[in-house]
Design a protein around this ligand. Structure first.
Ligand code: ATP
Length: 635
């Protein structure tokens, strides 16, 4: 028997009895209990089911009372169950219990627990205050019965313990499984947490990057805004400068117009010879443009206007008034595609024309100029312009016939707008006809029926046919009709085309070639009518060219003329870029003021074709207006 510290509120009783020596108690506790328990208490010491000693052996007392075990069974069992913690462990009786039993003089029964340990049972446990009788090892001794009972109880207890243990083990197993699950879950959560932390880190990194990008962008925005502000300032300045320049330009244009008007109004050849000398720097060779059958041509500036001065040879019998009169009549014939006769100098028999900067069609098609070859779009447009001018002339009340139409007389202005020159020049020749058969070059353009020396409109149609063929082929006029006819017969116009003009639209080309050959018919009667047959074919081609030029930024026409003013932006009457374009009944677009002025002055015909207008209504051409605006902003 062992006792753990007196401060401990419980006494652990354990009997370690040596069965080999039954006469002596070895356990100090047992000895203590034996000595200190109240005398009336009966104490049995047992070991492994054997009664080894009673206190009577020690103190010579005898049993105070024997209580039959059977009547006490329940209470003992419950006591045992109550106090037994584990079969292998000690049985505990609290000090208070023990002392109480000691104080009240209750008997303690020291009983076996089945494993050799001993137990004191207070008498109170028997329920009636009598002490527990534990029979001896003999069959019928009370101690022996007690041991059986204890064994039985222990067995029951053991079984219950086993059940409880298996239950506990199951429980434990489940709890372990739960724990395992929890662990797995925990691990999973830890992993997820790790993942989230990684994501958080990368997000933080991105956030930092974004922050720095944002700062950079902000910086850039600030710089861009500063730039914008400075650009706006510059733009405002430029606008002001542009306005000022425009005002000056308008002023200048007004001056020029006034000068030109002054020339027109006078119509009296008030250009003196000294002015001609001044303009030509005394006929400086560097001012000479060329020499024709009707005289030399010089360039010069008169009244701020660039002009071409044609010095006619002295006209013999032709009087000054005759010269002046003829010049005056010619100067009144105005068309956008006719070179305008501005004034004349009777003194020197000079005719002063508007100056066209881009030379003649002959120069371009014969490759005399170093500039690029004319693209097909421009050639088709030129064809329509010449046709338009001829229709205008032929529709004139006196039916004006040019009579000297050829490539060298088709001039191109700064915008590559074509104009027919030398109109009526033959009227200044006395008697002799400069376009006689002896002039080989000029004769090629003459119709075969030209025999009587009298030109008729059909002569111009024939010449126009030759010019059309030359525009298509750029071949010499001498063999051009034959060449084209051959090509048409074998159905291969392409072989005679001038491919330096680009990819011709063959469908249109064939139409035009067919029309040109009809113009070149030997019999006048077989020639087509310009208004009824030629114009309806050529006009759509002109529109096609305009679309093609506008649509294709890479076209060669653009290369040559885009930097210049697009011809359709220029008013055919004012010859200026239009500010307020209006479409008239003839389908042409004019500057609003120009066409209104034309109509208000009593004209009922088209300024372009001289044909009667169906009506005098005008329609604003907004599409062209916006195109001009856009172009002006770009350039
Ligand atoms: N208004 C003009 N602007 C610019 N150049 C012109 C003008 N008129 C004529 N020329 C140029 O002057 C040159 C001579 O022209 P001109 O009309 O006198 O002779 P031609 O047309 O060559 O032959 P022809 O005398 O048979 O008509 C040509 O090269 C022509 O391009």
């Amino acid at each position: 028997m062992a006792c753990y510290g007196s401060s401990c509120r419980e006494i652990l009783l354990r009997t370690r009895l040596d069965c080999r020596n039954l006469s002596e108690l070895k356990s100090n506790k047992a000895i203590f209990v034996c000595h200190h328990a109240p005398v009336p208490c009966q104490i049995w010491f047992s070991c492994k089911g054997c009664l080894i000693r009673t206190r009577s052996d020690e103190i010579g007392s005898h049993l105070a009372g024997v209580v039959p075990l059977s009547s006490k069974t329940n209470k003992v069992t419950s006591f045992l169950q109550h106090h037994k913690e584990d079969a292998d462990k000690d049985v505990k009786i609290t000090v208070s219990e023990f002392e109480e039993n000691m104080v009240h003089g209750q008997n303690l029964t020291h009983s076996m627990t089945g494993d050799g340990s001993s137990l004191y049972l207070p008498h109170s446990m028997t329920g009636d205050g009598s002490s527990l009788y534990l029979p001896s090892s003999s069959q019928d001794s009370p101690f022996s019965s007690s041991v059986d009972f204890l064994a039985e109880a222990s067995e029951t207890f053991y079984l219950k313990e086993i059940n409880s243990r298996s239950y506990m083990e199951d429980l434990l197993k489940k709890q372990r499984q739960e724990l395992e699950k929890m662990k797995n879950k925990h691990n999973q959560i830890v992993k997820e947490l790790q993942l989230v932390q990684n994501q958080k880190l990368s997000l933080e990194r991105k956030f930092m990057e974004n922050c720095s990008t944002e700062e950079e962008l902000e910086e850039k925005i600030i710089q861009a805004v500063k730039l914008l502000i400075s650009f706006k300032g510059k733009r405002d300045l430029l606008w002001k400068e542009q306005e000022r320049a425009l005002r000056e330009s308008h002023k200048f244009q007004k001056m020029v117009k006034e000068d030109v008007c002054a020339m027109h109004v006078s119509h009296s050849f008030d250009i003196s010879f000294s002015e001609i000398i001044e303009a030509t720097r005394t006929f400086d060779p560097s001012m000479k443009i060329g020499e024709g059958r009707f005289g030399s041509v010089y360039k010069g500036i008169i009244h701020h206007v660039k002009v071409a001065i044609k010095m006619l040879p002295s006209c013999g019998s032709q009087s000054d008034s005759d010269f002046e009169h003829k010049a005056e009549i010619l100067s009144r014939v105005r068309h956008p595609n006719l070179v305008t006769l501005l004034c004349a100098c009777t003194e020197s028999r000079s005719l002063i024309y508007e100056y066209l900067e881009n030379g003649s069609l002959e120069d371009h098609l014969a490759g005399h100029l170093k500039s690029r070859s004319l693209p097909w779009q421009l050639r088709l447009r030129i064809a329509s312009e010449i046709c338009s001018a001829l229709i205008f002339l032929h529709a004139h009340k006196s039916s004006i016939v040019h009579g000297n139409l050829k490539l060298s007389n088709i001039l191109l202005d700064a915008n590559f707008v074509s104009k027919i020159s030398d109109l009526g020049i033959k009227n200044f020749q006395n008697g002799e006809n400069p376009c006689g058969k002896n002039d080989l070059e000029a004769s090629i353009y003459l119709e075969p029926e030209y025999v009587d020396g009298r030109h008729v409109t059909e002569s111009d149609v024939y010449s126009f046919g030759i010019i059309l063929l030359q525009l298509l082929t750029a071949r010499p006029a001498s063999s051009i009709i034959r060449d084209m006819r051959c090509a048409m017969e074998v159905g291969n116009v392409s072989t005679v085309l001038d491919h330096s003009a680009g990819d011709w639209p063959l469908e249109q080309v064939e139409l035009l070639a067919f029309l040109a050959l009809r113009c070149c018919e030997e019999k006048r009667l077989n020639q087509p009518d310009l208004v009824a047959e030629v114009w309806p074919v050529i006009e759509p081609m002109r529109d096609l060219c305009t679309l093609s030029c506008l649509g294709s930024t890479s076209s060669r026409l653009d290369l040559t003329a885009q930097q210049r003013i697009p011809s359709n932006f220029v008013c055919p009457i004012f010859q200026e870029v239009m500010k307020d374009p209006h479409i008239a009944a003839d389908g042409f677009t004019y500057e609003g003021d120009a066409i209104k002025g034309w109509l208000n002055s009593g004209h009922k015909t088209s300024p372009m074709t001289n044909l009667q207008l169906d009506h005098c209504d005008l329609l604003p051409n907004y599409a062209l207006y916006y195109a001009i605006q856009e172009w002006q902003q770009r350039s």
